[in-house]
Design a protein around this ligand. Sequence first.
Ligand SMILES: Cc1cc2nc3c(=O)[nH]c(=O)nc-3n(C[C@H](O)[C@H](O)[C@H](O)COP(=O)(O)OP(=O)(O)OC[C@H]3O[C@@H](n4cnc5c(N)ncnc54)[C@H](O)[C@@H]3O)c2cc1C
Length: 531
Amino acid sequence: MIRVRQIKIKVLEDSIQRLIEEVSKKLRISSSDISSYQIKKQSLDARKKDAIFYIYEVDIKTEKEKEILKRNHSKDIFKAPKEEYQLQKTGEKSLKNRPIIVGSGPAGLFCAYLLAEHGYYPLIIERGEKIEDRIKTVETFWKEGILNTESNVQFGEGGAGTFSDGKLNTLVKDAFFRGKKVFEIFVECGAPKEILYLQKPHIGTDLLRNVVRNMREKIKEMGGEFRYNTCLTDIKITDERVEEIEVNHQEKIPCDCLVLAIGHSARDTFQMLYKKKIQMENKPFAVGVRIMHPQKMIDESQYGKMSQYLPPASYKLTYQTEKGRGVYSFCMCPGGYVVNASSEKGHLAINGMSNHNRDSENANSALVVTIGPKDFGKDPLSGILYQKKLEEKAYQVGNGRIPIQLYKDFCENKTSVSPKTVIPIMKGQYIMSNLNEVLPSEIKEAIKEAMPVFGKKISGYDREDALLAAVESRTSSPVRIVRNERLVSSVEGIYPCGEGAGYAGGITTAAIDGVKVAEKIAQTYKSEETV
Ligand SMILES: Cc1cc2nc3c(=O)[nH]c(=O)nc-3n(C[C@H](O)[C@H](O)[C@H](O)COP(=O)(O)OP(=O)(O)OC[C@H]3O[C@@H](n4cnc5c(N)ncnc54)[C@H](O)[C@@H]3O)c2cc1C
């Protein structure tokens, strides 16, 4: 195959026929010489609003490959490289018990998938419900406010990312094609094929649920086992090595290989691990609000009059305050919903979600401010306490509902009465409030300083009737469980994994970390197949 890069096609002329014409022109062959093609990348260049292009990278098959490569001088034309993922199974130690994976979020699921695929018969324990039941539980919470602290937007099969926009983009370099493997598994399990080549791939919560279900079924077919409503509550450690786990405060399960893929919201589990003296440290993260604007306004700002021919636009904004704090947009959801993502009674946290079509009227994004040990202290769990205090405040100010406010009133420290042109599009009950009563001064002052700057970058971003909601507190894990180069914690046999352990931020990087941990297990232990 020959790889051809930098194929520019005007948005209004975009078609496969046009793409093949441009590729054959670049290779100086006729379209009929191309026997097959595969799109490797598609990105959008919208720097000039009156000249917006799709940029393609394509692999093509042609009889004329040798001739083309011989006369070629362009750096955009070359032999397509071999890009295959491979897991090295070099482990020699025997496992007494099958590996146990705690948590079925992206990290746990992809670790389980790889281990099952290579004959390790993993047991996956999940404190929340299987996805079919979890969906009903979450819908009830959003409609009636009845929170199940074990099965909610954070906890349950599929993990935190299930009720999300399912954005998969990551800046992580993919030298060993782990990311490619993750995307291929997503597609095998029902995700749309275009995620394999889009610059900003997303699945959407409506499709993600099926992907999670299909992935579970595949893992079971390959010998994995799932146990739901099963919470890791204790660990028995002998001679600095894991020997047994306890679930649901009663049942003991022998264990010599334990993957902790527990996510950033498992505060009781962090507490238990801390008491067990498993080495942990706190880490900086960010907190703030979620802001809503009409999606149309964002589309026009990003694409001008071409917006009608393009999918809903996204944006990324950053700013550094005079005091040196970072303020940035995070987890932007085009055509999405602001959701109540709480997991603890008396505490309120929000996040964002979209369906695959991103078809709601609103764009929303977290607008967050960086915080660190100087804000919450040095103790490993002090970041969690900072989060809890914020969420408690949000719960009280909203009286259990999501507190929202007009931007103008936020600046004037006045409680809002009703929305104006921007309509709240939310999952979960909400109430007009004054977010100045929720946010500590360092957070609200930083947001107020940044907004006029953002308003210059995106026209109308700081409009008076933009809606703010609070509190966005779980942007990443406030804790890191220390691990060595074998990805093992301070206790032998325990593998901290994914976002909760402090080694990922988002669905794709969590999944890739799950793959990495599976690799390390396969490089240490023999699989059942090889026993
Ligand atoms: C509403 C929302 C929208 C998001 N949108 C996006 C997005 O669009 N794109 C993106 O990249 N990221 C998004 N994220 C972040 C993303 O979901 C996380 O980064 C990712 O899910 C982390 O994966 P993980 O497997 O490490 O942990 P998690 O997905 O958090 O999974 C951890 C799992 O462990 C289980 N668990 C915890 N403690 C125990 C225990 N003691 N015993 C048994 N099981 C336990 C939990 O129930 C959970 O299912 C979003 C998050 C939320 C909440």
